[in-house]
Design a protein around this ligand. Structure first.
Ligand code: X8Z
Ligand code: ZN
Length: 661
């Protein structure tokens, strides 16, 4: 389902499952009886059979999940939970059967496939059928609760109810301190009821992980990287240290601007922390919406993509109204608005597809355009969090989004199509290899394209006006990218620092929220302006927690995408500074990219990385090279300011000390 699927992962979207499925006819072919180990079966035959059974089962499971994410109610939740339950039970059977082949002769591919089998779901399920049933039910309920999350306030005629999209609009556009605080706290209130379920969820997946031989579910997640799990954790610490100085410079600059905007008192919290509700984003993971406050040089190079998309919407609306004749009534106006929203969303998606096609990749199939969810339906709750789905491993790919005409959603479309092009490229492989080289690769594909959306490219597609070539314009362009990419880095790390601690018990339930904010302070340098005690469950307000999607993948992706970008630029013959490169329309870059995608998970990711980049290591060197001009500029801006922050007492995390300074 969702992207990545299969393996380990599972899905973003719906969550649970993960897998993928098939190029055959749908579920009708699924074997009716539980697969028994066949006597006399060799290891290679076993792997072939599992691959066939996955293909056969997969479409039905994805269909159930698609329905439960695009039509949330008790019925769709029940069906999704049951489908997931069957899938997880079957997975446990295969894993059990695979043990019979330990130490037996088999091909390298079979060895790898059996290793991947154990990691196929990020939601390891207990063998006990009653517990498995409970786990599937809780997982569906958590995801549904997130999707249906609604914050209401006021009474009677004053009563107002808003969902995530509208609350995000406030953070994006309002600069009213109290209005933003209300939107931020309002959204976080929807997570309070998830706490009990999440606590039980943790017990159940830990039991499942232990039955598979892992210390806990977090240890299992860390085992999915073709290297020692502890070495992997250490690797993420090393990578964070590489980029931390750059983040701290950006943090320092942002804080100064916030103080100028909101006043010295309100522009920061405690010893230099950024107020969580003022960062333009519900989770402070992307600061791009603060462009009005953080823009280095007013008017130097206008990269107002949101403005351009809004104008496109207005144009579409004008045309839709025009069609309805003079003086359209409220109903006609409403219909024209919906029509224009959908048209704009599709046009944005076509624009993204065009970049991939320019690299020699295929157009998305017509079923994509028919079956995807582009805008938020009006008549029901859906999970708006963007996701990409491979429904059947045979070309039925879809995205599920609630697209609005703004820059963030525009780049998210490129991100989601990256997942789909990965899916389509590896669909010919056996299902167990139909996944990213590691999960960070899957998250990095579309983002690599976003890096290639340089001001010149944006100008060439008519989205922004002619770009000036000044130093000021360069710094503006770099800042725009940094607000998305650099601001994200500590967030990409802290979520699983929290979950690893929750799974291994070092963060017990009575410290869930406290530990969350300690990690937010330590890594991101952000803090809430009001106390957030254990009566809250703030982690639940971030999709990937109730959705159970591992998050370290995004941290890796934010480094990998710069490595991919640099290599594709080289392939395209780019010379000159990295940040000037776009490989739009370059067939050689496309060929190299596609070659990587087609490998899927068929070999260790280090080998795949080496084929594209020449290196076997994830490394932040390319990020630092890319942002060198901005980093120098930030240092000048921050001169004489005291940067850094005091994260407060004893952080729970696993590595070094709180940054300060
Ligand atoms: O969840 C996503 C994608 C789907 S895989 C929209 N992202 C992370 C997030 O939104 O938190 C993309 C960047 C980080
Ligand atoms: Zn993604």
């Amino acid at each position: 389902m969702k992207h990545r699927h299969l393996l380990l992962s599972l899905a973003i979207g719906a969550s649970l499952l993960s897998l993928s499925a098939c190029r055959k006819e749908p579920a009708a072919e699924a074997p009716a009886a539980p697969a028994a180990a066949r006597s006399g079966e060799t290891a290679d035959q076993f792997v072939a059979r599992v691959n066939d059974e996955i293909r056969a089962m997969y479409p039905e499971i994805s269909a159930a999940q698609w329905l439960s994410s695009t039509y949330i109610n008790d019925d769709s939740q029940l069906v999704a939970a049951k489908a997931n339950e069957r899938w997880l039970a079957r997975l446990n059977e295969w894993i059990e059967q695979a043990r019979a082949f330990e130490g037996q002769p088999m091909s390298e591919d079979s060895k790898r496939a059996i290793g991947l089998l154990k990691l196929m779901s990020a939601m390891p399920a207990p063998r006990d059928p009653a517990k498995l049933e409970e786990l599937a039910r809780i997982a569906a309920r958590l995801e549904g609760a997130y999707g249906a999350g609604t914050y209401c306030k006021g009474e009677g005629a004053q009563r107002q109810c808003r969902q995530l999209g509208e609350l995000e609009d406030v953070l994006r556009s309002s600069r009213d301190y109290e209005a933003q605080l209300d939107a931020w706290a309002g959204w976080h209130s929807i997570a309070v009821p998830m706490r009990q379920d999440y606590q039980r969820f943790v017990e159940l997946v830990n039991e499942g992980a232990r039955e598979l031989g892992y210390a806990d579910a977090g240890a299992m997640w860390r085992s999915a990287y073709d290297m020692d799990p502890d070495a992997f954790a250490a690797e993420t610490d090393r990578l964070w240290e590489q980029v931390r100085p750059l983040y701290e410079q950006l943090h320092c600059y942002a804080r100064e601007k916030l103080k100028q905007t909101y006043g010295v008192e309100k522009g920061q919290v405690g010893e230099g922390l950024l107020p969580a509700h003022l960062m333009g984003n519900m989770w402070q993971q992307d600061w791009g919406n603060l462009w009005d406050i953080l823009q280095p040089y007013r008017g130097a190079g206008s990269l107002d993509i949101t403005g351009a998309l809004e104008r496109q919407y207005q144009q579409n609306l004008g045309a839709a109204l025009h069609q309805r004749g003079p003086n359209p009534g409220p109903r006609a106006r409403f219909e024209a608005e919906r029509e224009a929203q959908l048209l704009t969303a599709r046009q944005m998606t076509e624009r993204a597809q065009d970049f991939y096609v320019s690299l020699g990749m295929p157009k998305l199939p017509s079923s994509y355009w028919e079956k995807s969810q582009f805008i938020k339906p009006l008549d029901r709750d859906v999970v708006c969090h963007a996701s990409a789905w491979d429904m059947d491993m045979a070309g039925d790919v879809r995205t599920k989004m609630c697209i609005k005409p703004n820059e963030e959603d525009f780049t998210t479309i490129y991100h989601e199509l990256g997942h789909l092009y990965y899916d389509l490229a590896y669909n010919p492989l056996p299902p167990l290899f139909q996944n990213g080289a590691n999960d960070g690769f899957h998250e990095a594909i579309g983002d690599t394209i976003v890096l290639a959306m340089t001001p010149k490219y944006l100008e060439s597609i008519g989205l922004v006006q002619a770009q000036s070539q000044s130093r000021e314009a360069l710094i503006n362009a770099q800042m725009r990218m940094a607000l998305a990419k650099v601001a994200f880095l500590p967030f990409g790390l802290m979520i699983d620092r929290w979950r690893w601690g929750v799974f291994d018990g070092s963060i017990p339930p009575d410290r869930y929220n406290q530990a969350w904010w300690e990690l937010k302070a330590r890594y991101q340098g952000v803090a809430p302006v009001q106390p957030r005690g254990e009566e809250f469950f703030d982690p639940g307000a971030k999709y990937h927690v109730p959705g159970n999607t591992p998050y370290t993948r995004y941290f890796l992706a934010h480094l990998l995408q710069f490595q991919f970008y640099k290599s594709l630029c080289q392939a395209a013959g780019h010379t000159g500074p990295l940040y000037e490169c776009t490989f739009y329309g370059n067939a050689e870059a496309g060929r190299r990219f596609q070659a990587m995608l087609q490998k899927g998970a068929s070999q260790p990711w280090q080998a795949t990385l080496k084929e594209l980049t020449g290196s076997e290591q994830i490394d932040a060197g390319a990020v630092l090279e890319y942002f060198a001009p901005l980093q120098e500029w930030l240092q000048q801006q921050n001169q004489g300011k005291s940067c850094g922050w005091q994260a407060g007492p004893a952080s729970p995390a696993r590595d070094g000390d709180a940054p300060e300074a």
